[in-house]
Design a protein around this ligand. Structure first.
Ligand SMILES: C[S@@+](CC[C@H](N)C(=O)[O-])C[C@H]1O[C@@H](n2cnc3c(N)ncnc32)[C@H](O)[C@@H]1O
Length: 273
């Protein structure tokens, strides 16, 4: 029953291994083992299936599930979702969405007209415990009342796009609009990351999309590229990348050559102070 539950505080008063004999060396070892289990911290990034999450000397053991770059032990913020099929793919893999906040730029009403598949997907992730927010602008999200007090291990924006303002993706004006969205996203995401957190953008890398120069935009917000990984939609069962705008908003598009760019805070020491 406790397997799917997450807690802010887990309390164990007077931990004690029991009275197994005299207070000799073995007794001390038993208690030390228990104590070590109760106070180990920073276990979130280990490769173990079993991870100890310790907060202020308190402990919790969780069965961590993983899908591609994402772990059920990560606090994940999803930005600019289309029909929420990416969030759902993660939540299904984790068996829970309790570690996730999934957001759309569209209001709930707009979403329903743009994506007929969104309603069912949102209902399912909410049932799995995911917090869903609508009308969230990536360039202002750090000031949002609900998101403001939160910090995340992973902040993810798949295929950011400012909408179809001209017919041609290579036009300077169109690229300028896209870059403005991405720049605003990085600026806000940088403020919302936990220590060792990462901001991920999945983006096409062929011309004219390479003209967005996402790495440069990230640098302007104090983020540096940690890794660039080839993106494959098959890694996320059920995910259908959406156009998100125009007459065919619920349509998908060929991803072609594209990558997931992982950025981290350039200077964690500076962030700590
Ligand atoms: C190409 S679609 C991708 C949708 C979704 N991420 C996916 O992979 O299916 C681009 C998305 O960016 C969103 N978007 C545009 N401007 C935004 C902004 N300022 N903040 C957050 N999302 C934005 C749109 O609502 C649209 O859903």
């Amino acid at each position: 029953m406790l397997k799917e539950q997450f807690f802010d505080r887990i309390v164990f008063n007077f931990p004690h291994a029991g009275f197994h004999g005299k207070e000799d060396e073995n007794w001390v070892v038993n208690h030390q083992t228990l104590h070590a289990r109760n106070t180990r911290s920073g276990g979130l990034q280990t490769e173990n299936k079993w991870v100890v999450v310790a907060m202020e000397g308190e402990t919790r053991v969780a069965d961590v599930k993983k899908i591609k770059h994402y772990w059920s032990s990560h606090k994940i913020l999803l930005v600019g979702e289309g029909d929420f099929s990416f969030s759902l793919s993660l939540a299904r893999a984790f068996g829970s969405g309790a570690n996730m906040v999934a957001t759309s730029h569209d209001t709930r009403e707009m979403l329903e007209t743009k994506h007929e598949t969104a309603v069912g997907n949102v209902e399912e992730i909410e049932k799995l415990g995911c917090l869903v927010l609508h009308g969230i602008d990536a360039s202002e999200m750090s000031e949002n009342e609900v998101l403001k007090p939160m910090k995340f291990d992973r902040i993810v924006f798949n295929f950011p796009h400012a909408g179809y303002h001209t017919r041609w993706e290579h036009q300077k004006y169109q690229i300028k609009l896209h870059r403005r969205v991405v720049k605003g996203f990085f600026k806000n995401a940088g403020l919302m990351l936990e220590k060792n957190g990462e901001t991920h953008i999945t983006h096409k890398i062929a011309y004219p999309f390479c003209k967005w120069k996402v790495e440069k935009l990230a640098q302007k917000s104090g983020l540096i590229l940690k890794e660039e990984c080839i993106f494959s939609r098959e890694d996320y069962p059920g995910y259908i990348n959406k156009r998100g705008d125009g007459r065919r908003s619920n349509g998908t598009f060929p991803v072609g050559k594209c990558s997931t760019f992982k950025f981290k805070i350039a200077n964690e020491d500076w962030m700590k102070n």
